[in-house]
Design a protein around this ligand. Sequence first.
Ligand SMILES: [Zn+2]
Length: 139
Amino acid sequence: MSELVSVGSFCPNENCPDYGETGRGNIIRYGKTGEGRQRFQCKTCKHTFNERKGTLFYNRKTDEKDILECLALLAEGVRISSIHRAKGIKEDTILSFLREAASHAEQIEAILLDEYQISQVEIDGLWTYVGRKEAEKTG
Ligand SMILES: [Zn+2]
């Protein structure tokens, strides 16, 4: 199962013994960056990172990059079935990425806007898509 957790919940340093582990209490708030972003430090490895550098997705099976690419493709209007064929990720899994992303919309939007050149309109469409899917299930 994938799980989307907030930046600052775990250490993003791959060489750290506590890398990717949540609930260890090893992450402390460590002032702010010059841009006013929250900075964190891992007490285990002393590595510092900010909220943009930290990893948003905590997932043992799928790389964060793949998840973000799925979201970017969806935002661009690529069908889920096409993404499934291209990336070999189950359609249900892609939908779960989308639902998880929607609950952290602000952070995801910042990354898609900055790093994937996705427009705000396309991102809005992404969240609408989640809403529509949820409505179909419940109604
Ligand atoms: Zn660490």
